[in-house]
Write a protein that binds this ligand. Structure first.
Ligand code: FAD
Length: 400
């Protein structure tokens, strides 16, 4: 736990821990209000697509896993399925069609086509402890880490974990990449990939521990021991939460002008729209200060060929989300993998010309913008929770 207060440069970024910590209060405050605005709180997603990798997805029957969608009548008309299909009908036909979802060549993610699925009000569905655990979650996380297998085997690149093949209980060493083997010759791309996944896992764990359920009293409370076991006793996991935060901030900084030109209208009136834009501008200005990451260092020279593999692996991770057996976890899993995929696309696929809002209006879909901002909010909230846990730990140490 003493290692849970990292200092100095954040590996593979141009930023340090102190900078991220110095901006996080401000960042979190702005994001917290931003994600409560109508544009950012409604997310449309088809949560009930079949798991493409195995048939028994181990549905979680815990009431904490249940979520309720919102009636479409609460959603501003222009976002509703019918209007969208009228507007975008021709565009959808051009897409690389897959049943229920699609991707463009530049995408790191399988997306919903925005005409299927229900709307959810994310402010009513906190990411927290649900009780979803056991062999099913272990299988999902193992499958996700197995997508970190670059250049070793092509077997699972397109189809994901082969149905019917049992995944070993322990992660094979080849898939592990905790910090002690930073210098073992793995390429930068593979290390970045692992940090993204492990950081996401650590952030989800932090949310679980931050709002843990006391099964006897029914009260929610921050569970310090849970945080120590899952995150703080593995300092590299905590560091990867910072890493993901910097990566997302860099993406938001790059796409800032495009986000500022995005159409936030009809979200509840002019005042709402102006407030949305003002808070977003604050987030972008923080991102310009703390999002220090040099994306041009990846996929250079002979490593350029790794980009397609990286993309395929991450797309598979977004598809594995359909196998998550707890509705609430699946919702947040889909949002966050979409948010990270959007950031990766912004960093590694789009040049300055493509990012110009004047010439490229259709760069991002609404769902990608909503996912990107909500994902940064998740990570920023995790960092705020880390602060709470540090204070709790210090208080415990003083008592002892
Ligand atoms: P797990 O978290 O399941 O980890 C499995 C193994 O992975 C560990 O034993 C460890 O060896 C390794 N590991 C753990 N953390 C890391 C890391 N950061 N980096 C590298 N390796 C690591 N549960 C909820 O209660 N609420 C949720 O909102 C929720 N959302 C989820 C979303 C997704 C996409 C998934 C797949 C699961 C979600 N879960 C959620 C389940 C939760 O993540 C755990 O799987 C569950 O709590 C069981 O935890 P565990 O202690 O067995 O270890």
């Amino acid at each position: 736990c003493s290692n849970s207060n990292p200092t100095g440069p954040i590996d593979t970024t141009l930023c340090d821990f102190e900078t991220v910590e110095s901006v996080n209060d401000d960042l979190f405050a702005n994001l917290h209000e931003l994600v409560a605005m109508p544009f950012f709180k409604f997310f449309q997603v088809d949560l009930y697509r079949e798991c493409p990798f195995w048939s028994d997805d181990g549905s979680c029957s815990s009431p904490s896993c249940a979520i309720t969608s919102v009636d479409e009548s609460q959603i501003p008309e222009r976002w509703r399925a019918k209007s969208l299909s009228k507007l975008e009908g021709s565009k959808i036909e051009e897409r690389h069609e897959l049943p229920g979802c699609y991707y463009r060549d530049s995408d790191f993610c399988f997306l919903d086509d925005n005409t299927d699925g229900d709307y959810y009000d994310l402010t009513l569905i906190p990411e927290r402890y649900t009780g979803y655990a056991g062999p099913d979650t272990a299988r999902i996380w193992r499958s996700i880490y197995e997508e970190n297998c670059f250049g070793l085997s092509e077997v699972n690149v397109i189809s994901g974990p082969t149905p019917g093949i049992s995944v070993p209980d322990e992660l094979p060493d080849a898939f592990k990449n905790e910090d002690n083997n930073e210098d073992d010759g793995q390429c930068l791309e593979k290390r970045v990939y692992y940090k993204v996944i492990s950081g996401l896992h650590a952030s989800i764990s932090t949310h679980i521990c931050q709002e843990y359920l006391n099964q006897t009293t029914g009260e929610w409370y921050p569970n310090l021991q849970c945080f120590i076991n899952r995150v703080a006793s593995h300092p590299e996991r905590l560091q990867y939460i910072y890493f993901n935060t910097v990566l997302l901030l860099r993406a938001i900084s790059r796409v800032g002008p495009y986000l500022q030109a995005f159409d936030y209208c009809s979200t509840g009136g002019h005042e709402d729209d102006a407030e949305t834009l003002a808070k977003l501008s604050n987030v972008i200005s923080i991102a310009q200060r703390a999002g220090q990451f040099d994306e041009t260092l990846l996929f250079r020279g002979e490593n350029a060929v790794l980009k397609e593999e990286f993309k395929e692996h991450f797309r598979n991770v977004t598809r594995i989300m359909d196998c998550v057996g707890c509705d609430k976890c699946r919702l947040w899993g889909k949002i966050q993998t979409t948010g990270i995929a959007t950031a990766l696309k912004i960093l590694f696929e789009l040049d300055e010309k493509a990012l110009d809002p004047e010439t490229n209006h259709n760069l991002l879909q609404r769902s990608e913008v909503v996912a990107l901002i909500n994902t940064l909010h998740r990570f920023s909230e995790s960092l705020a929770a880390v602060d709470t846990f540090r204070k709790m730990w210090r208080a415990t140490s003083v008592e002892e």
